[in-house]
Write a protein that binds this ligand. Structure first.
Ligand code: LLP
Length: 463
């Protein structure tokens, strides 16, 4: 990614500060379809619309800040993943990216499966009618209660993450007179980053059981012996916001090697492998994500080739995209409150949300785009930082962005690609009220997660 400290183009100061930005875009009014959900455009007055609804009307009706989720885009992405992987593979939407009952119903209707990783996500899924056999249950420290509820509900698989859990799940399943289908999550020694992967001999993180040192092979040995478990396969998730398929290739190769070792030692060919999620999306115009059909083709070829080489039947593949499905389908709408031009530095634009509705910039130094959406402007682009209203200088939503010089309090800004890990990681910091999620489709808008109220906050405060 080319980054420049002194980009060409209009400036509001003689020297621009260090930062993560390129030259200002030729036209600040363009809403790049790469980063905005599919039905976003501007109407003849220059007001941005989504699913045919003007953001100015949406702000009026639902308030700000608020997340607007483009339902037809979400469904189209589900279908694209399901079609790309076809009947011989399974797509599990990773609920941690964003989960609500409406989303569960859409997933069900579009034929996707669901990955959950807590009792709360499990209840949301079951209460919205997701068939239990289409649910995978994840987590590195599931409680006994969560395991019991998952087994009782009849989830399609539990992904085992430690030696303790192998015994715990087997014991609970047996006590309930069940044989639980399980996968073992392994760490393959690949550490994936946004644009690169670094192969490491040892994983230094909390998830899974290492292939290194024969740990994963030992886990398989133990799981195969326990009556309460039906071991159906191996799981590997290498990271998030990945563009490069090379990490998946190494992961698939190492998982297939383990399948071959299991076959040699136990005479058993495990029928499934799960290669996890982690596929990247465009947060800015510089990101170039892969399409689901390219990913399906690449993964299918790697697994088939490796299995042929090892003399194994090709297992059924599953994947767990979260961000790649929901991320691009939503934007957050904010209203500008105050504007501070800091000479020689940048202009600080404060909006009515912040790190409580999008922690990703503070937590991961994530990059986002932003646009003035309540009108167009031909004013000069000004290097700006969009910040929230929290008592914290790290309360940054968009670190570096160009916004028009005539931006004023009351204008609406929207930050695209906030469908994943924004509402799901939202907090009540400073007793902020978490924003609503409004689904929009074909000219209609409906709240699917309502805005929190002060009453909600006070209800929990029982002292
Ligand atoms: N499967 C497993 C086992 C996972 O742990 C995750 C993400 C996924 C699938 C989905 O990954 P995705 O396709 O959404 O990248 N909060 C962070 C990301 C942490 C993801 C944790 N696990 C963020 O905001 O970027």
């Amino acid at each position: 990614m080319s980054r420049s400290a002194h980009p060409a183009g209009p400036r509001h100061a003689d020297v621009l500060p260090e930062g993560h930005y390129t030259a200002p875009p030729a036209d600040l009014n363009t809403l790049d379809p790469k980063v905005w959900s599919r039905t976003v455009e501007r109407d003849e007055q220059g007001i941005a619309t989504v699913a045919g609804l003007r953001v100015t009307d949406l702000a009026e009706e639902f308030g700000t800040p608020a997340y607007f989720l483009d339902e037809s885009d979400f469904r189209a992405r589900c279908r694209a993943w399901a079609e790309a992987f076809g009947a011989d593979a399974d797509v599990f939407y990773a609920g941690k990216a964003f989960l609500s009952r409406a989303v569960v119903r859409w997933l069900h209707e579009e034929g996707l499966n669901l990955d959950v990783c807590s009792g709360g996500e499990l209840s949301t899924a079951l209460s919205a009618g997701m068939p239990a056999e289409r649910i995978a249950f994840h987590g590195n420290n599931k409680s006994e209660d969560e395991i019991r509820r998952a087994v009782e509900a009849g989830v399609g698989r539990i992904v085992l993450d430690s030696f303790q859990e192998i015994v715990r799940v087997a014991h609970i399943a047996q006590s309930l007179g069940r044989r639980q289908r399980v996968q073992i999550r392994v760490t393959v020694g690949v550490e994936a980053h946004t644009h690169e992967f670094i192969a490491t001999a040892h994983e230094d993180q909390k998830f899974g059981i290492a292939l290194a040192g024969g740990q994963a092979a030992e886990a398989v040995r133990r799981a195969l012996k326990l009556d309460g478990l039906e071991l159906i396969g191996i799981h590997s998730h290498i990271g998030s916001q990945i563009f490069d398929m090379a990490g998946f290739e190494v992961s698939a190769r190492r998982v297939v090697q383990l399948l071959a070792e299991v076959r040699d030692e136990h005479g058993v060919e495990l029928p499934e492998i799960d290669l996890g999620g982690g596929l990247g999306i465009a947060y800015t115009s510089e990101d170039d994500p892969r399409e689901p059909h390219e990913i399906a083709k690449a993964l299918g070829e790697i697994v088939t080739r490796e299995c042929e080489a090892a003399g194994l039947r090709t297992p059924r593949i599953s994947v767990e995209p979260g961000r790649a499905i929901v991320g691009p389908t939503a934007f957050t709408l904010y209203r500008v409150g105050t504007i501070k031009p800091l000479d020689g530095l940048r202009t600080y634009v404060s909006v009515d949300g912040g790190m409580s509705d999008n922690i990703r910039t503070a937590l991961y130094d994530a990059e986002y785009s932003v646009a003035l959406v309540s009108r167009t402007s031909d004013a000069e682009p000004v290097l700006s930082r969009v910040v929230g209203k929290h008592c914290e200088s790290g309360d940054i939503i968009v670190r570096d962005a160009f916004l028009p010089a005539d931006l004023a309090p009351g204008d609406l800004l929207a930050v695209p690609a906030t469908g994943a890990y924004c509402r799901s990681m939202a907090s009540n910091y400073n007793h902020a009220l978490r924003p609503p999620v409004v689904a929009v489709r074909d000219g209609e808008a409906r709240v699917i997660v309502r805005r929190e109220t002060e009453e909600d906050l006070l209800r929990l405060d029982v002292g």
